[in-house]
Write a protein that binds this ligand. Structure first.
Ligand code: AMP
Length: 216
């Protein structure tokens, strides 16, 4: 089972991915998390990506595609993959189709988590994440000061610099212009399922799991 989580920044992809990963045993591949890990380690790729991230722009397709290809070729994706934040352009979607074909696999479903823009802004401005495992929290909706996971041993949560208001606006524009065409792309491929994402975390979780049941 290979799944894409599609949605605007703040739509809850990371939160739902955390549940789906546990529930379905899929390997979670989040392009934004990969860039942030690179940045924490100050690699050339991380430093390059950061220039785009702080502007609310997309990292060029060739860079993202090479990074995802590399990640897919590690030996831990046999049970299936949960893509989160990738693809974000038609070019990336076409590259993903090709990578899956080369691996003798296919995408089974694209879950599009739909949330109105006003709510996205509210969510992003209160979002905090764990520097270690990158799980998202929220000042009001999921209030923690430290990451509760044993793996992270009480790591402080922090606000991403691209969750500042001006960058948030730019990221939403980028979503509507560059990523939204994927809704049609996957609808035509007949693998798009829409999940209402505006409710409380638990409600969205139930809706996501219900959508996945349809596929199973
Ligand atoms: P995210 O954590 O998914 O919100 O991603 C944070 C930032 O990383 C985005 O605003 C982009 O600058 C960059 N990024 C993440 N995934 C991609 C992608 N698939 N294509 C291009 N840029 C990406």
């Amino acid at each position: 089972m290979n799944v894409v989580l599609l949605g605007a920044p703040g739509s809850g992809k990371g939160t739902q991915a955390e549940y789906l990963e546990a529930e379905l045993g899929l390997t979670h591949i989040a392009s934004g998390d990969l860039f942030r890990s690179h940045l924490n380690q100050q690699t050339d790729l991380g430093i390059l990506a950061h220039q785009y991230m702080t502007q609310g722009q997309l990292v060029p397709d060739a860079v993202v595609i090479a990074m995802i290809r590399d990640r897919l070729l590690r030996g831990d994706t046999g049970k299936g993959v949960l893509f989160d934040g990738f693809p974000r352009t038609i070019g990336q979607a076409e590259a993903l189709d090709q990578m899956m074909a080369e691996l003798g696999r296919k995408l089974n479903v694209v879950l599009y988590i739909e949330v109105p823009d006003e709510e996205l802004v509210q969510r992003l401005s209160g979002r905090l994440i764990c520097r270690e495992c990158q799980v998202p929290f929220h000042r009001r909706f999921k209030p923690f000061q430290y990451c509760p996971s044993d793996r992270c041993q009480g790591e402080y949560l922090y606000q991403r610099d691209d969750d500042q208001p001006d960058t948030v606006k730019a990221r939403l524009v980028t979503f509507h212009t560059e990523t939204a065409p994927l809704i049609d792309y996957y609808q035509q491929a007949k693998i798009l399922l829409r999940v209402p994402g505006a409710g409380a975390i638990d409600q969205v979780k139930q809706a996501t799991l219900a959508a996945m049941q349809q596929i199973k």
